[in-house]
Design a binder for this molecule. Sequence first.
Ligand code: PRP
Length: 185
Amino acid sequence: MTSETSHGPSEDWMDLPETAELIHDQHAVATAYDEMAAAINRDWAGTEPLVLPVMLGGLVPAGQLLPRLLFSLQLESIHATRYGGGTRGGELNWVARPRSSLKGRSVLLIDDILDEGLTLKALVKYCHEEGAARVGTAVLVRKKRDKAPAIEADYYGLEVPDRYVFGCGMDLYEYHRQLPAIYAI
Ligand SMILES: O=P(O)(O)OC[C@H]1O[C@H](OP(=O)(O)OP(=O)(O)O)[C@H](O)[C@@H]1O
């Protein structure tokens, strides 16, 4: 380990936009993962779920949550996108469906953000249509919007304001997904 892996907010390589504002620092994010994992451990132990990170953004929260999950599970992924590198959502585009059958399975979807909720709603519907016995949803952040999302997540870690946010899996024009804190423009 070297100090080169540290992520102090002043590091030049981050090249944050001038308007970027820190919303949740990395300690708040780590605490959120701990609390989400505790709730998921309580509710999902013994169900041997198939855990599906929603790619791409769900990769980062899944990578943080999985080592905190203390029960037997299997891991695949599901990949659909509706923002496509921009900051406005459109139609849901499928990239890859899970390889194994969902029939009769307990399925836990993990994503980075619940915004309008259209992505998660479509993916939950898909899992049920594929015969999943139980579908759970966990997102690192829930955006506080005037209009309620199309679906609520069963677990969320933090709330963010109704602005475009990035870091912790969320991209800003496909950059900054690896930042360990959450920023808004
Ligand atoms: O609640 P919604 O308004 O539907 O938005 C949430 C979705 O948007 C983002 O995905 P995006 O389409 O940007 O793809 P990405 O995961 O590759 O960033 C995010 O990862 C969620 O899946």
